[in-house]
Write a protein of this length. Structure first.
Ligand code: SAM
Length: 380
């Protein structure tokens, strides 16, 4: 009985009545069946695991892969310092022109625009308008003055220039010492450059700033390390003298004016810099940034760029106004970059729509719409 029990324990119960060989066959079949059933279960289990666990993981990986490839392709053109770019350049495409929307506050821009209007009204008061004119010509109460001839009529560009220069000052501090410009007209761009390079300093308990200057002002005072502006202009308009006085009052000790043709006055200025060798002007005394907005012919603009490059530190910037594609000034930039190779890395903001009123109009709603462009480049 014990042996029979042991037998049944050793064999499947339904095999007890089969012959030995048949029993083996059945056992083998059973094993095969169990094996294939186990396989099926394993396959099903694997499928379930795949659907529930691996598949979502795979799709996440695909998304991350897509995202990182997107990030890395845009990272090629956007460094972290450029990520705050307010205006993207169109030339080269999707590059950034340094202007940062978080460089300056709305209040600063409001003040900037107020300053633009301030100098316009000052000039109008001195030179053109009587009170009667102002009543009859509403355009006088706007920034519309002398048409498209100055940046005060172009708030988007004024804001851009301000932010661009301001970010240079913030990033480089006292290294931005000298801004130079050809083309003053009514002094609007001059005000932008001077405002953007104004540096404040806190006083010590003796009311002295870092430079030892004493002031009773309650807030931070203007540092004498604020950058200087050197202006070259034909001086052909009477109102430029009025603008000059206004700017000297607003920014004492920071504005120097060289009247005359820039093709003569600028090389003279550069040749008067102290020399490090018999012929090389001291780099330290050169301009950090040079804005060119004078002669708008191809030949004149090209010569201005050549002279400005010599007057500007290596690695300094040239800013160029009125750079509409196809214009003489834009061709001059191309020649300086591609043929002369004296400046490089050109970046342009192109075709920004502005509305300009002209002084022969009496209705600002009838202002002319213009597309304007400007560029920057680095001195090589
Ligand atoms: C477009 S306006 C400058 C506007 C000014 N940058 C602004 O946005 O407020 C051009 C100025 O360049 C001056 N100009 C033109 N040709 C010049 C030259 N060869 N040398 C110096 N100044 C010149 C004109 O007298 C005029 O004042």
């Amino acid at each position: 009985m014990e042996a029979k029990k042991a037998f049944f324990l050793r064999r499947p119960f339904f095999c007890g009545y089969l012959s030995r060989s048949r029993r083996k066959e059945v056992q083998l079949q059973l094993l095969r069946m169990m094996f294939s059933a186990t396989n099926a279960i394993i396959v099903i289990l694997l499928l379930v695991i795949f659907i529930l666990v691996v598949s979502p993981l795979l799709s996440t990986t695909a998304e991350v892969g897509e995202l990182s490839s997107k990030t890395s392709s845009s990272a090629l053109s956007l460094s972290s310092s450029e990520a705050c770019c307010a205006v993207m350049c169109t030339t080269p495409p999707t590059s950034c022109c340094l202007a940062c929307s978080d460089t300056s506050s709305d209040r600063e821009h409001y003040l900037l625009m107020t300053a633009m209007e301030g100098i316009t009204h000052h000039i109008m008061d001195k030179h053109y308008a009587t009170n009667n004119d102002k009543q009859n010509m509403p355009w006088l109460a706007s920034r519309a003055w002398e048409g498209n001839s100055h940046i005060g009529n172009r708030p988007a560009q004024a804001t851009y220039y301000y932010d661009w220069i301001r970010s240079l000052v913030i990033n480089n501090g006292e290294a931005v010492e000298r801004i130079c410009e050809i083309g003053m007209n009514g002094g609007h761009s001059a005000i932008i450059f001077l405002a953007a390079t104004t540096r404040f300093t806190n006083k010590n308990k003796n009311n002295q700033d870092d430079d030892g200057v004493v002031s009773n002002s309650s807030s931070g005072i203007i540092s004498n390390k604020s950058a200087k502006l050197i202006m070259f202009d034909l001086d052909q308009y009477e109102y430029s003298t009025t603008a000059k006085k206004y700017i000297e009052t607003m920014f004492p000790g920071r504005f120097t004016y060289y009247p005359g043709n820039s093709l003569i006055t600028l090389p003279q200025w550069t040749s008067n810099l102290t020399k490090t060798t018999a012929t090389s002007p001291n780099e330290e005394e050169k301009c950090d940034v040079f804005s060119i907005d004078g002669d708008h012919s191809y030949e004149g603009a090209l010569q201005d760029i050549r002279n400005a490059a010599l007057a500007t530190k290596q690695g300094g910037y040239i800013i160029l106004d009125d750079m509409n594609p196809g214009s003489g000034t834009r061709k001059a930039l191309d020649t300086a970059v591609l043929v002369d190779k004296i400046i490089g890395q050109p970046k342009c903001v192109e075709n920004v729509l502005i509305k300009v009123g002209y002084n022969d109009r009496t209705d600002v709603t009838n202002a002319r719409s213009l597309l304007i462009s400007w560029c920057s480049a680095v001195v090589l």
